[in-house]
Design a protein around this ligand. Structure first.
Ligand code: PLP
Length: 423
């Protein structure tokens, strides 16, 4: 069966035929591709066509698909056990690896997704401060927990409207939303509501609504205002953690989170999330404290060994340096080409995003050119035709991995050049 036939079948059993909305390609006016195999930087569709993959399962696969060192650990684990639901040494090893390298993670908990990590970090922040409100930023994604699906709808800072139905009004009331890159509004919100804010949560490298690289000073301001008003700082490093550096953006920019959330890379491509931070806060989690959080498959051993094998390999091979080099070379090669078509690339390490040229760097959602979506739709079809698989949405970033060799990058630049000519 081909992809379209499979999609027809799938639509009968799953809403929109998918198990996560963007997979449906709905903003691209075409059916999605069904894939059946992956290796390194490649994906193979059910039709047998090969693609160079720049989505990499949305970020976890920093070494590429089925890295042999990770695979051997996974196979060994599976032949031993795949879940215990008890104490076991595998999560201990990963927890020690992380806490011994990241000073602001004194203690941590493994869960099964980034959403769960964020949800619990927020609960913990509320418990620890005795306050109700959470401040988030427009354009930052923190998973699909109710309170994080509230965004600024009206354009009025601090007044919220949900970007999903089904969110209780009371939850909306406790979520404040600020635009990124605007110190004045931020100060105003803190002045007005500072004493009620339990935590500020931010993606220090917003990478879920384009790649909205922030000014370092803005994030420092977020941190200092939170401190001044007794609110906790939660850095959501589910994408940036272990990708832009071992210690994520916090390490690169010297930020000091009270709590931090990880996901994606930490599980090496298996469903793992993690929250951690100050010991005095983490000790408020059950069974030591009163903040409840549990999970049937928490710290799943297969995810634990995959995550550890991934991180050990990244460290041993100085993977973060290599990713920066790969990113740089990709950017240099593609920049002139994009320029011909009035486009440009924003890149931070191994994350990239292409958009229509703008007079100034895009740091806020409102600065994204409205024609971006139409353009991307046309471009995307041609890119697929030429064997390049990008994340299927105009606002999603691309991911490079250690499997993206110079030869593959050259092939990609050539293919994208042809794809752009088609637009
Ligand atoms: C992906 C992501 C999440 C959600 O993680 P899931 O594992 O999809 O639940 C949360 N925050 C950020 C910054 C993410 O990129």
């Amino acid at each position: 069966m081909n992809s379209s036939q499979l999609f027809e079948r799938s639509k009968k059993v799953a809403p929109g035929g998918v198990h996560s909305p963007i997979r449906s390609f709905s903003s691209l006016d075409r059916d999605p591709i069904f894939f059946q195999k992956a290796e390194g930087a490649y994906l193979w569709s059910v039709e047998g066509k090969r693609y160079i993959d720049y989505c990499q399962s949305w970020g976890p696969l920093v070494l590429g698909h089925r890295d042999p060192d990770v695979q051997s650990q996974v196979e060994e684990m599976i032949s031993t056990a795949w879940t215990f639901g008890t104490c076991e040494p595998y999560s201990l090893e990963l927890a020690e690896w992380i806490t011994s390298r990241i000073p602001w993670v004194e203690k941590l908990r493994f869960v099964s997704s980034g959403t769960e990590a964020v949800m619990t970090a927020l609960r913990l922040a509320r418990a620890a401060t005795g306050r109700q409100k959470i401040l988030k930023f427009e354009g930052c994604y923190h998973g699909h927990v109710d309170s994080m699906l509230v965004q600024s709808g009206s354009g009025l800072a601090g007044v919220s409207a949900s970007s999903s139905s089904g969110i209780p009004v009371d939850v909306e009331k406790t979520t404040l939303v600020a635009p990124l890159d605007d110190v004045l509004i931020l100060e105003e919100i803190f002045q007005r509501e500072g004493s009620q804010i339990a935590a500020v949560i931010v993606e220090p490298l917003p990478a879920n609504y384009g790649l909205l690289v922030q000014r370092k000073e803005f994030l420092q301001k977020v941190e200092s205002l939170a401190r001044k008003h007794g609110a906790l700082l939660i850095l959501d490093e589910v994408i940036s953690g272990f990708r832009v550096a071992l210690g994520g953006m916090a390490e690169l920019w010297g930020l000091k989170p009270d709590l931090v959330t990880y996901g994606k890379i930490v599980g090496g491509g298996f469903p793992v999330g993690c929250y951690g931070g100050r010991k005095d806060l983490m000790d408020q989690v059950a069974p030591l404290g009163t903040v409840y959080q549990a999970g049937t498959l928490s710290a799943n051993p297969v995810g634990m060994v995959a995550g550890l094998a991934t991180l050990k390999k990244m460290e041993k091979e100085k993977g973060w340096k290599t990713l920066e080099k790969i990113g740089q070379s990709f950017e240099e090669k593609i920049r002139p080409l994009l320029g011909h078509h009035k486009m440009e690339m924003v890149r931070f390490g191994s994350l990239f995003w292409c958009h229509l040229q703008t007079p100034e760097p895009i740091r806020r959602v409102s600065q994204i050119p409205p024609q971006q979506k139409e353009f991307f739709k046309k471009f995307y079809h041609h890119a697929l035709e030429k064997g390049i698989y990008l994340a299927p949405h105009a606002y999603e970033v691309g991911f490079l991995s250690l499997a993206h060799t110079p030869t593959l990058l050259d092939q990609t630049v050539q293919a994208l050049g042809k794809a752009l000519q088609g637009t």
